[in-house]
Design a protein around this ligand. Structure first.
Ligand code: ZN
Length: 282
């Protein structure tokens, strides 16, 4: 399968479905990850064509068919999907095989879940995006994974720190052995924010939060969510050589990726996928 480099990720297609992966994670045979694009779904109009968000007005059967097509192409089992219930907080849920189907073929059963962790193969974690920051985690020593959703609120509240701490509590993860990848999100090129956002960051747990803001000419700021999340991962104790940043802006790449700001909010959604493979496949 031909892979086309994009930032620190690579784009590939199968059966007309396109997705992104981190080549730096090819070294991990025990885990499979992917980030969706707009390419290869059945949705129409403003959702064309690979919309993986059930909550934006696209018919449910289209979104479910998109999930099935995505899973077939990228190598995930549809029946093992278990999704978040994101609301820009830092609640994290440990998923088990009993949770498969939650938020996909079964209703959501929680109000607020922005992070998912598991150490069970046979569960595929799913989180949703359209400019916010996807955070992928893999602990190869304890064979555990995590997916976190961090928009500006989650980033400011230290979602990356919370994920590393929760994996430590649940699985005994040593942050120095933990790998993380920061996926496609709105970049410092396109993310203008106001003083209220800057104040919230500077009041939060992130060290050097102010360094993530560049003054714009109109009294506003450009916010670098990639840098803020990397700073949080370093503060959590991860090694710099264990952190990959996609350096892919969703707004700049809005023909390939869903961007809330590029579409004015009338849009489909992207999803991140992460699963542990059974030992014999790994
Ligand atoms: Zn941009």
């Amino acid at each position: 399968m031909r892979k086309i480099p994009m930032g620190e990720m690579a784009y590939q297609e199968k059966n007309g479905v396109g997705w992104l992966t981190f080549p730096s994670w090819d070294a991990f045979p025990g885990v499979r990850h992917a980030f969706s694009t707009r390419i290869g779904g059945v949705s129409e109009g403003p959702f064309a064509s690979m919309n993986l968000n059930f909550g934006r007005g696209d018919p449910r059967e289209h979104v479910e068919e998109n999930f099935r097509r995505f899973c077939d192409a990228a190598g995930f089992s549809f029946d093992t999907l278990a999704a978040s219930a994101q609301d820009h907080h830092t609640e994290i849920r440990r998923m088990t095989a009993a949770d498969c189907g939650v938020g996909i073929t079964r209703p959501k059963d929680r109000e607020s879940v922005d992070g998912l962790v598991t150490n069970e193969p046979g569960v595929t974690l799913v989180t949703y995006y359209a400019d916010c920051t996807p955070l992928f985690f893999f602990d190869p020593v304890h064979r555990a994974i995590g997916l976190g959703h961090a928009g500006w609120r989650g980033t400011a509240a230290g979602m990356a720190l919370c994920m590393a701490e929760r994996m430590q509590q649940e699985f005994g993860t040593d942050p120095r052995e933990l790998f993380a990848a920061i996926g496609p999100a709105i970049g410092p090129c396109c993310y203008e924010v106001d003083e209220a956002v800057r104040s919230a960051f500077c009041a939060g747990p992130l060290p050097e939060a102010a360094s993530c803001f560049t003054a714009a000419s109109n009294g506003r700021y450009q916010l670098d969510l990639w840098r803020a999340n990397k700073g949080a991962l370093l503060a959590a104790g991860l090694l710099p050589e264990h952190i990959t940043t996609a350096h892919l802006c969703t707004r700049c790449n809005h023909r390939l990726l869903w961007s809330h700001r590029a579409t004015g909010g009338v849009r489909g959604g992207l999803a991140a996928f992460l699963t542990l493979l059974p030992e014999e496949e790994g």
